[in-house]
Each structure stands twice: as C-alpha cells, then as structure tokens.
Design a protein around this ligand. Structure first.
Ligand SMILES: Nc1ncnc2c1ncn2[C@@H]1O[C@H](COP(=O)(O)OP(=O)(O)OP(=O)(O)O)[C@@H](O)[C@H]1O
Length: 273
C-alpha cells in the first residue's frame, strides 16, 4: 500500500465498535471500509452518532466524509462493515432518514419547480399514483415557508441561486418528516443569510428531538453551530462534545498539523487548511 501523506501519523485508539448498536442510536457505523480503487477512502471506521444532537463531520479534503455519509445511506457499497439505524438495518429505517446531498451532486436542469422538489420528500405518502392532495400542497408550502422560500414555489430549481436551491432541498427534507437529517456541506456556496436560515432550521429540528449530522468545512463556526464533532481522515479520529473533542490535538491528527490557524476558541479559521 502506498504511503498516504494526508493520514495523521498517530491515529487515536479506535472509537468502540459497539458504541451504539442500540435502539436509541440513530446511526451506528461499525468497521466500515469503502474503496473506489486501490486505496480505501474510508478505512475501518466505527462511530455512533448521538440522538437529539447536531454533529459536524470534519476532516480535510478527500478525508472520506462524503463517502462515509453515502455508504451509511446505502448509496455507495462498502467493502466491509455494518450500519444500523436505531438498532436495525438501514433498509428498514430509510424512511426516517432525510439526506441533503452536496449541491454539486444535483442535476439542476431537472424540470421541476421548487414546490415539486419539496413534494418529492413526501413520496411515501403520495404512493405510486402520486396523487397530490390540497393537504400535501399546504404542507409543502409550509416547509418552503420555514426556509423562507414560499415566494419561489413555482420557480424551476435550476433558476434559483445556490443558497435558494439549498433551502429548497432542506424544505424537501422537512417535508419527509424524518428523524435523522444527514447533510453534505449544507453551507457550501451559500450566502450569509441562507447560512443563518439553514442553521436556525437545523437547530429547531434538534430542539424538537431530531438528529442532525452534517459534513462541515468551516472550523470557525463549529462551536457556534454544533453540539458534537466527529473528526476523520480516512480513519476515525475522535467523536465527542465540541468542548472536548474539538481540540487542537484532534485537529492536528485530522489535518496532519496543516492548519494555519488555531480554530479552537479563536475566530477566523475559515479556509485555514
Ligand atoms: N466516485 C468516486 N470514484 C473514485 N474515487 C472517488 C469517488 N468519490 C470519491 N472518491 C475519492 O475518495 C476519496 C474520499 O472522497 P470524499 O469525497 O468522500 O472525501 P471528502 O472528505 O468528502 O472530501 P471533500 O472535503 O473534498 O468534499 C477521495 O480521494 C476522492 O478522490
């Protein structure tokens, strides 16, 4: 195997593989390894995500964060490992999980209005015939209103700004009425107002008992936005409350000591790596 210079020199003792295979744990990953070629993108990762918390997944570019989310959702097939949601196989709990992919992964030419995208979140209750009732429309509109997008319901999604598109996808997740929200870089390429709107909705979800897991890049906002962090760089490094796990030591392990500034307790770490 080639030496991977992005890997931390010393990897922390493994997070207990059996940390959370329990009905109260929305997502437990055990011994997960994913590879697209010779090199694993995710190597033997075990982590349990807490219920009723907002957890940031952080690590450098290419650390396998998106791959971890995608394999946890069954979008990418792992080489090995197990994923359970509330103590049961993912397939039986999928309807309880909403996924907001990276904006870059979405086909924005798709001929759908913002309202149609939100209605897609209700696919289970709309059934095979996709019979949309007034109550569905009203709920879709209220989800759009929750993210400040009710005035754009009829706009084709490709003709919305990046921030507006991200809000619509969050509205689709809300319409699904999920218990676990998994978001891949929800703040990438969005304006400050959208970022504030999205974080407010995510905090509401958690206040209502939901769980949020988001891949996040801006280390400066981690303490303000998140309760917990999971640091990874191909391998798992640490998971825990921001107050303890978001430490200089763990960041050095994740980023290989390449952070230009110290984000722990200091503002201004945006793009510092
Ligand atoms: N579809 C794919 N085919 C081949 N290699 C891939 C594919 N998707 C990701 N990779 C590779 O797997 C590794 C992990 O990628 P991934 O996107 O999961 O990392 P990431 O931590 O989310 O990165 P970033 O922060 O840059 O978005 C990278 O080396 C990437 O080049």
């Amino acid at each position: 195997m080639k030496h991977d210079s992005t890997r931390p020199e010393a990897v922390r003792p493994a997070i207990p593989a059996t940390a959370g295979d329990a009905p109260s744990v929305p997502l437990a990953i055990s011994g997960l390894t994913v590879s697209y070629g010779d090199m694993p993108a995710v190597n033997d990762v075990s982590v349990a995500f807490r219920s009723g918390a907002m957890t940031a997944i952080i690590g450098p570019n290419g650390a396998g964060k998106s791959t971890l989310l995608k394999s946890a959702l069954g979008i990418v097939t792992p080489l090995s490992g197990q994923v359970t949601c509330w103590g049961r196989p993912l397939a039986r709990q999928r309807h309880r999980i909403a996924y907001v992919p990276q904006r870059a992964a979405i086909d924005w030419e798709f001929p759908a209005r913002a309202l149609d995208v939100v209605l897609m979140g209700m696919y289970r209750e709309l059934g095979l015939l996709r019979r949309v009732r007034a109550s569905h429309l009203a709920r879709a509109m209220s989800c759009l209103a929750r993210v400040g997008m009710e005035d754009f319901a009829d706009r084709q999604i490709g003709r919305l700004s990046g921030g507006q598109q991200q809000r619509v996808f969050l509205a689709r997740a809300l319409a699904q009425g999920a218990d676990l929200y998994m978001l891949d870089e929800p703040f990438a390429g969005v304006d400050a107002a959208t970022e504030r709107a999205i974080i407010a909705v995510l905090k509401e979800i958690v206040a209502e008992g939901g769980t949020v897991i988001a891949v996040h890049h801006d280390l400066a906002t981690v303490p303000g936005y998140f309760d917990r962090v999971f640091l990874m760089n191909v391998h798992a490094i640490a998971e825990g409350p921001v107050a303890t796990a978001f430490s200089r030591e763990n960041l050095d392990l994740a980023y290989g000591g390449r952070l230009a500034q110290d984000p722990v307790g200091a503002a201004g770490a945006r793009d510092a790596y």
